[in-house]
Design a binder for this molecule. Structure first.
Ligand code: ADP
Length: 398
């Protein structure tokens, strides 16, 4: 196999991100990456830049629909300016209980994954749409799905099982976890020296933590859906079920159908809660840090709730792992928010986690623990697209 351009597609609610990697003789190199952002607006962004960061496309098109947005991507990739992809890898949060292996995408597989939309209701519809469009617009090119749940398949039953009646367990309700492609990529980057007892905190708009033993997931904070676990930008994280019932009953007082009430509850728990809900200001850590500087007490509370919850989860994962060798921060907040890392670690000295404030005063890849810290603390950016390319190449060889 000489050179195999692989397209990676990673879609969000208002954006489609993509990158193309060249794979030759085991080496992978990024050729270019891009995004269409602002879907549903008159003034979107469409850009492509090469591996050196040079902008190759920089437009501000109207992006009324996903169809328009993805058509732009497809037509750029079909033009002679870029090498035609020979395989496509799709990031997918959850394929439900029956689709747990990364594999080649067929129309039937898409239908099957779509039937489990409730397991990642905010992410699945757009991913499914893009898969169908990719099969249509890139005919004859193999498409593969890479699941975030794949990394978490090694969790023991005690971690996976939810304390609910069996009839729901049999419907597939259990802990699946998310951000798996990010976790896999951290383990991949640590190879061949993956510590035995590792905790990774992926702190982005969505945030989760995983306990990893010998490179395999032992436990993770997100549950059936990405709304569970630690509090994140707009999501509650784990919460007393009574709170959800209270809100549901309130909503039901003014809502006609049970389904409409459930849909509204979902918006409250997934889009209006978390850092946004507590601060009443923003889901974005940068905004909250600015507001804290001006004495905004709600922003302070939101961030305290975030860092305190994460510290609690780290503590319980240390107990599960029976100790800790390394803690890794990743994701937009994990990589960039110096204060969050310091606040999370501040109370964890008893667990052997001691930051060096000078080393922590950095953004991007670094070792940030003190010289004498029993636990090494690192910042490592995720390499999710590269992981997807690796899976695609492996699956192509089958
Ligand atoms: P997503 O989950 O959407 O991929 P990211 O991993 O990009 O999100 O993380 C977004 C979060 O990272 C936001 O809360 C943002 O404020 C935070 N962030 C990004 N850059 C910085 C920075 N320089 N300082 C503090 N927080 C940052």
């Amino acid at each position: 196999m000489s050179s195999l351009p692989v397209l990676v597609l990673n879609s969000g609610s208002s954006s489609i991100k993509f990158s193309v990697y060249e794979s030759a003789h085991g080496d992978r190199s990024k050729l270019f990456e891009g995004a269409v952002d602002g879907i549903g607006t008159d003034l979107g962004k469409f850009w492509i830049k090469d591996a050196a960061g040079k902008k190759l496309v920089d437009q501000t098109p109207a992006l009324p629909t996903r169809a328009v947005a993805f058509a732009l991507v497809a037509s750029a990739l079909h033009s002679s300016d870029f090498p035609a992809p020979q395989a496509i890898g799709h990031r997918m949060v959850s394929g439900g209980p029956t689709v747990q292996e990364n594999q080649r995408i067929t129309p039937e597989l898409i239908d099957e994954m779509e039937s489990y939309t409730a397991f990642a209701p905010l992410h699945t519809p757009i991913a499914i749409y893009i898969m169908r469009e990719a099969l249509r617009l890139f005919p004859g090119i193999p498409n593969f799905v890479c699941l975030d749940t794949y990394f978490h398949r090694t969790m023991p039953e005690v971690a996976k099982h939810m304390p609910i009646p069996d009839e729901y367990t049999e419907m597939g309700v259990r802990r699946y976890g998310a951000h798996g492609v990010s976790y896999e990529s951290i383990v991949y980057q640590l190879e061949p020296k993956v510590p035995e007892k590792l905790i990774v905190a992926h702190l982005g708009n969505g945030a989760s933590i995983s306990a990893i033993r010998n490179g395999q997931c032992l436990d993770t904070s997100m549950g059936l859906t990405p709304t569970g676990g630690i509090i994140s930008g707009t999501r509650t994280g784990d919460i007393d079920p009574g709170v959800l019932l209270f809100i549901l009953r309130k909503i039901a007082e003014t809502t006609e159908s049970a389904t409409a009430a459930a849909d509204q509850l979902e918006i409250v728990a997934s889009k209006k809660a978390g850092l946004l809900g507590v601060s009443g200001l923003s889901n974005d850590m940068r905004d909250l840090r600015e507001a804290i500087k001006t004495g905004n007490a709600k922003a302070r509370l939101a961030v305290d709730k975030f860092t305190w919850t994460i510290a609690k989860w780290i503590g319980s994962f240390v107990a599960e792992l029976g100790g800790l060798d390394m803690l890794v921060f990743t994701g937009g907040i994990g990589e960039n928010d110096i204060a969050s890392r310091a606040e999370i670690c501040a109370g964890l000295g008893a667990l052997g986690i001691v930051l060096d404030p000078a080393r922590n005063n950095t953004r991007g890849e670094a070792v940030i623990s003190a010289e004498n810290s029993p636990v090494t603390v690192r910042v490592i950016p995720p390499a999710e697209d590269l992981m997807i390319v690796n899976h695609v190449i492996r699956l192509m060889g089958k």
